[in-house]
Design a protein. Structure first.
Length: 108
């Protein structure tokens, strides 16, 4: 049996794989809610719940990725007005937003 070969760092070339050459999430948006005169970022839990749940049957919302409290990345084709309406509806149904609270979605 031949001896095991030792590979040194100088002989190794790092290999980088690019699975997706197209920037899918090209836009960063801010998602906040206003209640009692105070504006707050939507918690990551809310954003994640909306993004992971396919309740709308609208594939356009598949291109949403929660990043942090109040921050999401979305695809170029995601219409902000429709996203806002769908998120507001979902957050109210989940009782995250009160009836008097207002959702604010804007480009960063």
């Amino acid at each position: 049996m031949p001896p095991a070969r030792r590979i040194t760092a100088s002989k190794c070339t790092p290999v980088r794989m690019w699975l997706n050459h197209v920037a899918m999430f090209a836009r960063k948006i801010r998602v906040e809610y206003e209640e009692d005169g105070q504006r707050r970022p939507c918690p990551l839990k809310w954003l994640d719940n909306f993004s992971m749940r396919n309740f709308t049957n609208a594939s356009v919302f598949d291109d949403t990725l929660p990043i942090a409290d109040g921050v999401m990345e979305i695809g170029k084709k995601v219409p902000l007005d429709q996203l806002k309406a769908a998120m507001e509806d979902w957050f109210r149904r989940k009782m995250y937003l009160s009836k008097t609270a207002k959702l604010i979605v804007s480009d960063q």
